[in-house]
Write a protein that binds this ligand. Structure first.
Ligand code: SF4
Length: 581
């Protein structure tokens, strides 16, 4: 099956209200996903302009294997981040990748700013912009319900991205909700949609794709499918899912509690994966093209009237949301955690950033740095009703305090005080207080994500202090992940999709040149991404790690500030060598 020679990119000019498909790049050289997105930003981005410049691109890219092999389910979103005004990425699953494949779009790129609040419709046979000014300020769920009813012919292989009030109010960490249960969560991609007056994007997969004929493709597909389903490799993701990590991390003294004032607490039983499964799990669901189904949906039952009237919500849960609006803010009741997540979903903020920012606000409140005049509700670790109100305030930003907090805990702390206990590592921390290697990694890595490299797992298996070895691991591990995120493989499938398997997959659908490059292309992608990040202003020397991270104890004992400093220094040097060469 001969592959396309170039990628098909749909460029939508929001200011002019029209879209055009263009041919971009060489499919013998460019891998898709992260690689394609970086190449597009390199061509269309404005590295020296502010993130909210109308012509900054907002990019969504998939990889060549989407639609042909299982768990090729992610989309890479690339943009200049409102959080730090530098180039960044965020990744999400759901139905979007497959819908883009059937819409014949390897990438979608938005430029300009729509004249009124709008929804873009992207299909193989349909490109357009719809005026949705009446959705202004509407929450994520109501927006979804309204658009599904009003946009004609929106059915079949389809996907719906939308933002809530947080994106419209330019919170620096507003997310994009994808098909209700998935998100482009971190670094403020929802805010970029907000500044472009883009409330929603509906991708309609209205075309079919031919599958390769002959036995080799079918046999390869069957082998991979079998490994994903018939072995134990993936069953942990289906069973308890990522929340299975709550208890082990708590035992390792690596679960952040109450704004990282502790790393272990007996209250973990109330929010463990086992507790969620026993009391709240309603069903599992999956991204399109995934036979695993790791998305766990819990049932939230809330009484809304004294006469015992109840409403039900289905809320997706994972390890990270449970950490951020559970242990990090001292909530030890699974139902309470789910009810805060539900508020987070409505306003459309990144749940990790919101929980960690509110954890800082709670400690600042306790210390008298801020008062109820600012927070508009009492904040107390474990107090669910207070947090539900505070999350809504974060989304609607009704006063100066919430506007500042919506820009990040460290930025709020720079104004009010309390920088020492703002748990920020490049952005609000992920739920892994595993030790020095992870802290250095998240603080400095490409998108300040725990998924940039496996620092959290390195900490769990290495007690020795060897900075060179640790940095070497982070750099090489990032290269491997660059390949996977360019193929847009779900990272849970990394045990199956090794380079030799990926090469066979590429070969089977007509990309033999790319298949032969996999062992070296990871370093090229890494370099390109870092070059762009440096061009947009990154300086690793400016990295700050707040004092709170030095005060904790993990399974290895007290954090060693000197080792952390050495890691920061060596990692910064290594990144500069990559990005500035
Ligand atoms: S394992 Fe989970 S996140 Fe990965 S593709 Fe499947 S459902 Fe989506």
């Amino acid at each position: 099956m001969p592959a396309n020679k170039t990628y098909r990119v749909v460029i939508m000019h929001l200011d002019k209200g029209y879209a055009e498909p263009v041919s971009f790049g060489d499919t013998k050289e460019l891998l898709g996903g992260s690689h394609l997105a970086a190449a597009l930003y390199d061509k269309y981005g404005l590295p020296n302009e502010h993130w909210d410049h109308p012509d900054q691109p907002l990019i969504f890219a998939i990889g060549p294997l989407v639609g042909y092999f299982p768990l090729m389910s992610k989309v890479v979103c690339a943009f200049k981040s409102p959080y730090n005004d530098q180039y960044s990425e965020s990744h999400a699953g759901g139905r979007l990748a497959l819908a883009m494949r059937f819409a014949n779009a390897d990438a979608i790129l938005f430029r300009g700013r729509a004249k009124t609040l709008s929804a873009a419709v992207i299909g193989a046979r349909r490109l357009g912009l719809v005026d949705v000014h009446y959705l202004k300020g509407m929450d994520v769920f109501s927006t979804g319900r309204s658009l599904r009813k009003t946009i004609e012919g929106f059915s079949g292989h389809r996907s719906l991205m939308r933002i809530g009030p947080a994106g419209e109010n330019l919170s620096a960490y507003a997310c994009i909700n994808v098909d209700t249960y998935r998100h482009f969560g971190r670094m403020g991609s929802g805010t970029v949609m907000g500044v472009k007056n883009l409330k929603a994007v509906m991708v309609q997969g209205d075309e079919s794709i031919p599958l390769p004929e002959g036995k080799p493709y079918q046999t390869l597909f069957r082998d991979i499918y079998k490994q994903m389903t018939a072995t134990h490799m993936m069953s942990k993701y289906f069973d308890l899912g990522t929340p299975q990590n709550l208890i082990p991390l708590n035992e390792l003294k690596s679960l952040p509690w109450r704004n990282l004032q502790a790393t272990h607490d007996s209250g973990v039983e109330g929010i463990s994966g086992e507790r969620f499964a026993k009391d709240l799990l309603l069903r599992n669901t999956a991204c399109s093209g995934c036979p695993v189904g790791c998305i766990h949906i819990g049932m939230l039952r809330e009484m809304f009237s004294d006469e015992h009237r109840f409403k039900y919500h289905q809320v997706a849960y994972d390890y990270e949301p449970i950490f951020s609006v559970g242990s990090m803010i001292g909530v030890t009741d699974a139902s309470g955690v789910l009810s805060i997540m539900d508020e987070v979903e409505k306003v459309g903020v990144d749940v990790m950033s919101a929980g960690v920012a509110l954890a800082w606000a709670t400690e600042a409140f306790q210390k008298g740095i801020i008062t109820e005049e600012q927070t508009l509700t009492p904040l107390e670790f474990g107090y669910v009703e207070g947090y539900k109100k505070a999350v809504a305030h974060l989304g609607y930003a009704p006063n100066e305090f919430y506007m500042r907090l919506a820009n990040g805990a460290l930025k709020a702390a720079a104004h009010y005080g309390g920088e020492d206990f703002a748990c920020v590592l490049g952005q609000e921390m992920a739920g892994y207080a595993t030790g020095e290697v992870f802290f250095a990694q998240q603080a400095m890595s490409f998108r300040h994500s725990h998924l940039d490299a496996g620092g959290y797992s390195y900490d769990q298996t290495h007690n020795e202090q060897d900075a060179d070895k640790a940095i070497d691991y982070l750099i090489k591990d990032e290269q491997g992940r660059c390949v996977l995120t360019s193929m847009v493989a779900c990272l849970f499938s990394r045990g199956v999709y090794k380079n030799d398997v990926l090469s066979k997959c590429l070969d089977s659908i007509g990309y033999p040149e790319l298949a032969g490059k996999l062992d070296t292309i990871g370093a090229d992608i890494q370099k390109l991404r870092w070059q762009i990040r440096f061009k947009t202003g990154y300086d690793p020397v400016q990295t700050k790690i707040p004092k709170r991270f030095l005060e904790i104890e993990t399974w290895k004992g007290k954090i060693d500030p000197q080792y952390l400093d050495t890691l920061k220094h060596r990692y910064g040097q290594a990144l500069m060598e990559i990005g500035r060469s």
